[in-house]
Structure formats: C-alpha cells, structure tokens
Design a protein around this ligand. Structure first.
Ligand SMILES: [Fe+2]
Ligand SMILES: [Fe+2]
Length: 342
C-alpha cells in the first residue's frame, strides 16, 4: 500500500492561517505518508518572502514534498521563486507501481489555467500502461460544484481529459484551486480535488487535506479536517484499460487520409479532385501510381487505399467519363469508406 497526503492552497502570506498549518504538519508526520503532494497556491502574491516562509515551514514535514505551482504562485513573476525553493515547474516521480506527473497549469497575469500540448505530450511519455498513473495540476479539469463560481477555468480541459483517457490507464487526477474538496469519476479516471490547508478563504467547516491510499486495485480516499476529524469518502476500484467510447469518438473525428492508386495517374488525379470536393470535411485524398518509389511511405501514411480500377469497368477510360459518371464512381468510393468508418 502506498499512502499519499495531498495538501493544497496553503496561501502563505496575506491569507495564511499559521495555526492550521502547524497542526496539519503534526498530523501529517504522524500519518507517515510516502509522499506529500502540494497542488499549488503555496503563497498568495508570488513574492519572495512568502516563498521563503513557505519553504522553511515545509521543512517541518518529514516526508518528501512534491510541489507544482498555482495561479497565485505565478503572480508578480513568482515562478522564479517557486523554482528556487520548490524545483522544476513540471516533474515526475515513481513510487512502485504508481507514476506521478506534476505539471504547471498557470498562465502569466491570469487566474485561468492552461496545460498546452508540450506538457500533455510530456505527461503521456511519463505514464506507464502497466502502472496506476497520476496527473497533478493546480486547476481543475472539470468544474467543481458548490464553489460559488461555476466556470471551468482550465482552457484546454477537453484536450487534457482526452489525453488522460488515452494514456493514463487506471488514472487519477489531483487538483486544487477552488478551496473545495471534491471527488468524482470521469469514465475510468478518478478526479480528486483538495480544499485549502491553511487559507482563511475556506468554504468548508474547517481547513482540510486528503489522505489517499493506493492498493493494487483500489484507492481509499479520506478527507481530513484540521480540527474537526476525518471523513472516509470511499474506496474506489482502479480500472485499467481505455473506455471503448473514447477510442470510437477519436476515430470518428480524426482526419482520414485516402490514397488513390492507379497506373493512369491523370485518372487518379481527376478522381481525387472530385473526391476532395464531394467527401466529408475530415477526408482528404492524394494520388500515387503503383510504380512510385515513395509507394511504401505513402501506403504507411494512409488510412484507406483505393485502387481506382476497382471502381471502373474493364472497358472504361476515366478521361472519357462525363462529370456525372465520374462523380457517381467517386460517390461509390465515399459510400464504401463511410461504411468502413462506421
Ligand atoms: Fe487558492
Ligand atoms: Fe488557485
């Protein structure tokens, strides 16, 4: 079993409640987690003195602290101080069969969040299919209810969620930001939000943090209030493998590259040109001849290969077909391919 404590939104500086932090550290040390994950908003204004104070206070936590930045940390160019005291903005760690990738979802001069393609691809490379994979970021990937603000502020949340479903098998997402603990499941991905550990902006009965225990096939989640005891949220099965619906939608929406092959390339050019006018937006045809030196490479890059001869009668010459007849042949190709897509 691997036990992790998730703390978030400590907000050193103006919003900070030191008595909550001190008490929580005592409790966390007695829990003896293998890792403490700090999901951003370590400080309030992103200024150096706040970060230094936070760093010194975090030194009382006996376990390793794995921290990623939040929108408040990024204020006033604060990420340079984050790096100074808490390391890289994106980082990964592996604890046995649990792989953890932490990313920076902050934007300069904004409270909104953005992950971006480069970080999504990086996390996909970090994740392992045979492991339970965890993505840690500050902003939430789906809206958190009962927070007083319903907007989803992670701009590329759709892309992040799809990336998780495709690559984060048996996945878990940890986030903070809203100061409200919440947990839900999106298909096979378990999403866990932490509340605020020590900010006075608390919407719950008390400041709080999460205790998450990983076993081979399940996650046990407990919500711990600093001065008001502990609630067991539940035990949830970890399911590996990708939901088939995600693969299906992805396949339907992806661009289909269609390769027309004919020894009569002029005929193939005409067919491809009609095809590109008549086919759905996500289909695109190109042309080659069986003698082409690039044929291997072209076949590899194609989703569908159409031999033009299959759609012509033996005695037929494509150049001599009327536009109406040629269009009818191309429509047959499209119908066949659409059948293959469905
Ligand atoms: Fe916060
Ligand atoms: Fe935040």
């Amino acid at each position: 079993m691997i036990r992790i404590v998730q703390i978030s939104d400590t907000h050193f500086g103006e919003e900070f409640k030191p008595e909550k932090f001190r008490e929580a550290v005592k409790q966390i040390n007695s829990i003896e987690p293998e890792l403490v994950i700090l999901s951003g908003d370590i400080v309030t204004w992103g200024i150096h003195t706040e970060f230094r104070e936070a760093y010194e206070a975090m030194g009382d936590i006996q376990a390793e602290v794995f921290a990623i930045p939040g929108n408040h940390d990024a204020r006033n160019d604060g990420l340079k101080y984050f790096r100074l005291y808490f390391g890289e903005l994106k980082k990964s760690i592996r604890l046995d069969e649990l792989v953890i990738a932490g990313i920076n979802s902050t934007l300069p001069d904004s409270d909104d969040g953005y992950v971006g393609e480069e970080q999504r691809r990086w996390a996909e490379r970090v994740f392992r299919k045979s492991c339970t994979n965890m993505l840690v970021l500050h902003h939430h990937v789906i809206p958190v209810p009962h927070t007083g603000r319903n907007q989803n502020v992670l701009i590329d949340a759709g892309e992040v969620v799809e990336s998780l479903m495709l690559h984060c098998h048996g996945g878990v997402v940890l986030a903070g930001h809203r100061h409200v603990p919440y947990s839900t499941k999106l298909l096979r991905t378990h999403i866990i939000h932490a509340g605020t550990l020590s900010s006075y902006k608390v919407l719950m009965p008390d400041n709080n943090y999460n205790i998450i225990e990983f076993e081979e096939e399940s996650i046990r989640l407990k919500l711990r209030f600093v001065h008001r005891g502990e609630v067991e949220v539940g035990r949830f099965a970890i399911k590996h493998g990708m939901p088939s619906s995600v693969e299906l939608y992805r396949s339907l929406s992806s661009t289909k590259r269609v390769l027309f092959i004919a020894s009569d390339t002029a005929a193939a050019e005409r067919a491809a040109s009609l095809f590109n006018r008549l086919s759905p937006e996500n289909m695109h045809a190109s042309v080659t001849s069986p003698e082409s030196r690039r044929i291997g490479e072209l076949l590899e890059g194609a989703d569908y290969v159409v031999a033009l001869e299959e759609f012509s009668r033996a005695d037929e010459v494509w150049e001599k077909l009327s536009t109406k007849e040629a269009e009818a042949r191309v429509r047959q190709v499209i119908e066949k391919l659409l059948g293959a897509v469905a």
